[in-house]
Design a protein around this ligand. Structure first.
Ligand SMILES: [Zn+2]
Length: 405
């Protein structure tokens, strides 16, 4: 049996403008079989037909940066990790991957968990043990001794040590390698300084590439971004340009090198937006407003320089939830992207950045029928992807019952 969907607007995830009078069909294999003018995709007697006037059909969204095992409640990170067993973390991850799916996010890219907790959940999803979003996971991230995210278990130093750790993570089943290239929100780490030395980074990238895995690097310091470009990582998380003692340390030469390298950046602006709105004290909110203003300016400049931007929210971290990636899409529009550019960064552009463009991320025959139907014209108002009407993962319609956030 086929299902034919006839929306008002169809956005195919390639960056192309929305189509009207278009339809999409998929069959029981869970794969898209046809996309084209509605009059050419005529339904047979047994086909299910979904008419969706006033709605946009687009590929299921990809959240490029989440931490499925974290609780979105601004818990202090180190005590939280000490208080939770691996099983407790995995159960949390199941719940968060379900909340993502019901919000139209059919793939999440986990950028750090403790050891194999999220890899195990990924396997449970693949085996249909849990009805959650598809998971792409780094396993656990590499960090220097005392570095950012060390409670996840990836502290390592030296070229040889780093090589060992990359091999162990890949052997455990990691889809990609995550490396903390600067400090961050973990107490004791230094967010405005780079962490790994250039030789260590080169060892990580060479080892990972030799085993067919991509590397993404957390960078919240200008010097870390420069290191990432020099080491030829495959993508950058956050991409903030700070220098010791100053939130805003934009460097035009580093930005130009980044644009030339074609390395994409996932800015994760939502985590800051959420702190501006939800931090408990006015003094905190003011601090986060200053960070937000600096980040907006950096990301605007990166966009103008021609750096490719992808969509990830850092969900799990601080207050950021799993069901509202539209908030990140809106942040990128504030920074100068068109709604279509932003959607591309959460669909076809994201799938390409993780090497999965032949499986999902755009609407074309042969790809997984990962679909989102949302009320409104998403090409005019990107926030309308919040108005979820239907979600399909590999052609299976998702029951939108739990209302998880
Ligand atoms: Zn993160």
């Amino acid at each position: 049996m086929r299902t034919v969907i006839v929306p008002e607007w169809l956005i195919d995830g390639t960056g192309a403008p929305p189509r009207t009078d278009y339809a999409l069909a998929f069959d029981d294999s869970g794969r898209i079989t046809a996309v084209g003018p509605a009059q050419e995709i005529t339904a047979a007697e047994n086909d299910a037909v979904v008419h969706a006037p006033g709605q946009t059909l687009l590929p299921g969204l990809i959240n490029m940066h989440v931490h499925l095992s974290l609780a979105s409640d601004n818990s202090p990170f180190v005590p939280y990790m000490e208080a939770h067993s691996d099983v407790a973390l995995a159960l949390r991850a199941v719940r968060n991957a379900r909340a993502s799916l019901e919000a139209g996010i059919t793939t999440v890219r986990d950028c750090g968990a403790r050891l194999t907790t999220v890899l195990d959940v990924r396997e449970a999803q693949v085996s249909s043990l849990v009805p959650v979003a598809r998971i792409v996971s780094c396993g656990w991230p590499l960090t220097i001794s005392g570095g950012h995210m060390r409670p996840f278990g990836g502290e390592v130093d030296g070229e040889v040590g780093a090589r060992h750790m990359v091999r162990r993570v890949i052997s455990a089943g990691a889809d990609f390698i995550k490396v903390a290239g600067s400090g961050g929100g973990t107490p004791g780490s230094i967010s405005d300084q780079p962490s790994f030395l250039p030789d260590e980074l080169q060892s990580i990238v060479r080892t990972a590439h030799g085993l067919g895995r991509r590397v993404t690097m957390h960078c919240t310091a200008t010097a870390a971004v420069a290191n990432a470009v020099a080491a030829r990582v495959d993508s950058i998380e956050h991409g903030y340009f700070s220098v010791p003692g100053a939130l805003f340390g934009f460097d035009d030469a580093v930005a130009e090198g980044l644009a030339e390298s074609k390395i994409p950046v996932t800015p994760t602006l939502q985590v800051t937006r959420d702190m501006v709105e939800m931090a408990p004290s006015e003094a905190d909110r003011e601090l986060w407003r200053r960070r937000r203003d600096a980040q907006w300016e950096m990301i605007r400049r990166l966009h103008r320089a021609g750096v490719r931007l992808l969509v990830g929210s850092d969900a799990g971290w601080r207050y950021t939830r799993f069901n509202d990636l539209w908030r990140e899409l809106e942040e990128l529009v504030v920074c100068g992207l068109s709604p279509l550019e932003a959607i591309h960064g959460a669909t076809g552009g994201a799938a390409a950045a993780i090497g999965r463009a032949d499986e999902f991320g755009t609407l074309r025959p042969g790809l997984s029928a990962d679909l989102l139907l949302a009320r409104g014209n998403a090409a005019n108002d990107v926030g309308s992807v919040a108005n979820v009407d239907a979600v399909y993962l590999a052609g299976q319609r998702v029951t939108l019952a739990a209302g998880l956030v």
